[in-house]
Write a protein that binds this ligand. Sequence first.
Ligand code: HEM
Length: 535
Amino acid sequence: NGTGTAVTGAGSSQDTRTAAGENAQTLTTRQGHPVTNNQNSRTVGNRGPVTLENYQLLEKISHFDRERIPERVVHARGAGAHGVFESYGTVGNDPISKYTRAKLFQEKGKQTPVFVRFSTVIHSSHSPETLRDPRGFAVKFYTEDGNWDLVGNNLKVFFIRDALKFPDVIHSLKPDPITNRQDGGRIFDFMSNTPEAMHMLTFLFSPWGIPANYRQMQGSGVNTYKWVNADGEGHLVKYHWEPLQGIKNLTQPEAEKIQAKNFNHATQDLYDHIAKGEFPQWEFRVQLMPDGDHPELDFDPLDDTKIWPEDQFPMYPIGKMTLSKNPENYFAEVEQVAFGTGVLVDGLDFSDDKMLQGRTFSYSDTQRYRVGTNYLQLPINAPKKHVATNQRDGQMTYHVDTAPGQNPHVNYEPSSLNGLKEAPRSAPDHKPHYNGVLIRETIDRQNNFKQAGERWRLHEEWEKEDLVNNLVDAISAAEQHIQDKMVELFTQCDPEYGQRVAEGLKKHAEMSNSNGQAGMNGKKESDAVAQAEER
Ligand code: HEM
């Protein structure tokens, strides 16, 4: 059924070699030919030239030439692990069935295997793990109803609220297309024109923007989803992961110290703890709201730049996840794994959150390009349950999705010749009602600054200090009118916030005696160049 376990190792049922002197460890080509000399190419004389019929050399080099697949356009650097999710079966004092019929949650103690990939967002696949960046927290649940992916981040909010802006925000954060360096001038050019980003920036430039490692950080679905119960009734839901190891973040100076010695520290931390048997755990929590627009709130419940205040929408613990097994092969599992927000099971649904809808197109679209048309046949992505489709062929088809007893000539539906049949409907669909005008407009309740101001006031003093320093470092690379605009936006969040950033920028300008461009961390490269020239 395509859920083969062979990720590494022999993988084939014919792994015994029969020729004299050969055994399972005998080196072969991918054609199964024994390799008798892996040190020398076949040449005319021992000084060459090399001949073109040299199958072993060509296979080896041409496979090597293709070892890399395109890296993820975002979240390229990651680490992953296998584990299990265990349901508590309840939401507060209610059985969970009151809100969702999703089978993985129904019974207390029910276990579902998971694979998790943590990541940084902006830079390439071997960039330092100490960089200021949101962290990805993507979970694949291999449920009895097929796969459910919860593709989240560590922070509970996002920069933008419309998927149309995603390429823009990412381009501003990625390296400059000419200099190939991340540049605070470009970042804050975009952000100063994007007031809804203030809440995210108030997290990102504080120590919350550099989690100490992947084990000690939270996770959040960020977008608003729906739960659907057996009667087809929907509730709005937000998902959260709380690390049972506690939360630990780094100030910029702390991160720089680690980066000087180890730029893989988060990958190493996760791998080493699991290898030692110190399995990280997260509690899974949800916030719920009856389905609807909720005009009584001063924010839109579908706006991913907002949190749902916990005093009004409590966090209900509904289960626990434990990661207990490292990947056997990084590429096969962590690199090729493909998560998507469209991958839901019965009882879980989409809300009208515009970002979520845009994301849902993006993930499987990029994965058909990044991994290939048949990416869902790879063991890490295939459900652990039986798969039977009429999808056929395409690059790298590994097997045919037929069912036992199915007429192999029938790869279409409907058919009276023993083809695949639709599943029986077990519960009513959730049927939201739509009656609206097709338009291009932003949401009404934008309220871009209130929660950002609250976040500023919730930060402890050391976090505020780090936040202001980091903002000043990065914003000082921007042109003066952009700096002024940023101060104005922070002042709208909280006058003290704006004032401290303004003072920091003023001091920075006074101290700056060179024209060097600051990067995201504000390092003046021209200072280093000047010092080198003096020497
Ligand atoms: C990865 C698009 C917003 C979390 C990706 C990838 C794309 C993408 C194209 C690469 C996927 C791959 O190659 O497998 C988008 C778009 C967004 C958006 C278009 C907005 C419209 C978000 C948000 C979150 C998020 C709000 C957090 C909740 C992630 C994570 C990954 C990812 C965790 C890495 C998954 C992995 O580990 O393989 N995103 N994204 N993204 N995105 Fe988004």
